[in-house]
Design a protein. Structure first.
Length: 134
């Protein structure tokens, strides 16, 4: 099954020292989530290259176990947003979709339930990871 979303062909922003190291976060969470068998490419994307209101997106090809993740560039964070934006949590959220790839239908009630479950799990994992560092 291939899960793809259309995106506008805009350039990606190169990593800067002020931004988290996406590749390191991706590798860390692929290991924790046991997704090392997936070939995952990850980049920061500008807000105009993502669907409005999205902090990240993922496209995958299940047969090849390959995925492409775009994470909202922190410079495009909305200052008045209700919920704080968190790059690491967004990385975890997007990677979790790979566990559900075989059953993700991307529309309707099933997609909403799946998205809610992924968000809850991502929040819990980040919270646990950050507690162990304290």
């Amino acid at each position: 099954m291939s899960h793809e979303r259309k995106t506008v062909g805009c350039p990606f922003v190169p990593q800067s020292p002020a931004k988290p190291a996406l590749n390191a976060l991706c590798t860390k969470w692929q290991r924790i989530l046991r997704l090392q068998d997936w070939d995952v490419k990850i980049l920061f994307a500008r807000g105009f290259d993502l669907t409005a209101g999205k902090q990240g997106t993922i496209e995958w090809v299940s047969k090849k176990k390959s995925a492409f993740v775009k994470i909202l560039d922190p410079q495009d964070y909305e200052p008045a947003i209700r919920w704080p934006q968190d790059v690491e949590k967004t990385v975890v959220h997007e990677l979790l979709h790979l566990h559900y790839a075989p059953i993700d239908d991307t529309e309707g009630l099933r997609e909403m339930i799946l998205e809610q479950a992924v968000e809850c799990i991502a929040t819990a994992l980040i919270s646990l990871d950050r507690q162990t560092k304290e």
